[in-house]
Design a protein around this ligand. Structure first.
Ligand SMILES: C[S@@+](CC[C@H](N)C(=O)[O-])C[C@H]1O[C@@H](n2cnc3c(N)ncnc32)[C@H](O)[C@@H]1O
Length: 209
């Protein structure tokens, strides 16, 4: 599926449809205290955060019990759908249960964070451009938005445009979410692990202009 489409939107009609469009909180009602990446891929996420200088006041979007940061930042706000998962996150200083598909507005003041993370979850967003416009709003100038993803997902909850495109296109899609949202420098996309000895890992990051 091409990433270009009608002039009004860079995403084709139906791109954000899902097989299971029922309320997300019900799907995430039971805590899943598991990891969604293998150890080398988690280490690669941590290494990327260190490389990009993710520190200070950090927001982990679509978070669970682990945020993969190499060291605790000054503050870590975790936002997700399962209160028990968020409460079990040892680095978190603040936990917020909030459904980004029901309400993409982030309940935080402008310029509150130095980094906003999204690990293995961007494929579940049905209104990602609105969410990334909010990410730009809550980031401080020079702050960084970092999205990492692999090749697994809960397919009934991932958007159709993700399930029907390949891995390099996923990078283009996430970069386009940032461009269309506005407020970011040109995004960078990289494959960080090729998947031969571990889960594959891709990353897209963009600095707040
Ligand atoms: C595959 S898990 C990833 C968790 C964590 N980021 C990690 O790296 O292990 C997907 C997470 O996305 C969150 N999530 C899914 N849909 C969401 C939504 N509509 N709004 C906010 N969070 C959501 C869930 O709470 C769940 O913990």
């Amino acid at each position: 599926m091409p990433v270009t489409g009608p002039a009004s939107s860079p995403f084709p009609p139906g791109f954000f449809d899902r097989q299971d469009d029922s309320d997300d909180p019900a799907f995430y009602d039971s805590p899943r205290l598991v990891t969604h990446l293998d150890e080398p891929a988690i280490a690669a996420v941590s290494a990327l955060y260190a490389e990009l200088g993710v520190t200070g006041d950090v927001l982990d979007l679509m978070s669970s019990w682990v945020s993969h940061l190499p060291t605790p930042p000054r503050s870590l706000t975790v936002l997700g759908l399962n209160a028990d998962e968020l409460a079990a996150n040892p680095m978190a200083t603040c936990a917020v249960v909030h459904d980004l598909n029901a309400d993409p507005a982030l309940p935080f003041a402008d310029s509150s964070f130095d980094a906003v993370l999204n690990c293995v979850s961007v494929d579940y967003l049905t209104r990602p451009v609105e969410v990334y416009a909010e990410v730009a709003r809550v980031l401080r100038p020079g702050g960084v938005s970092v999205c990492t993803f692999s090749n697994r997902c809960f397919p009934t909850k991932a958007v159709r445009g993700w399930l029907t495109t390949d891995d390099p296109t996923h990078c283009a899609v996430v970069a386009q979410y940032h461009r269309t949202a506005g407020g970011f420098d040109e995004p960078v996309a990289e494959q960080r692990l090729d998947g031969r000895r571990s889960d594959p890992l891709w990353a897209v990051w963009a600095r707040r202009s």
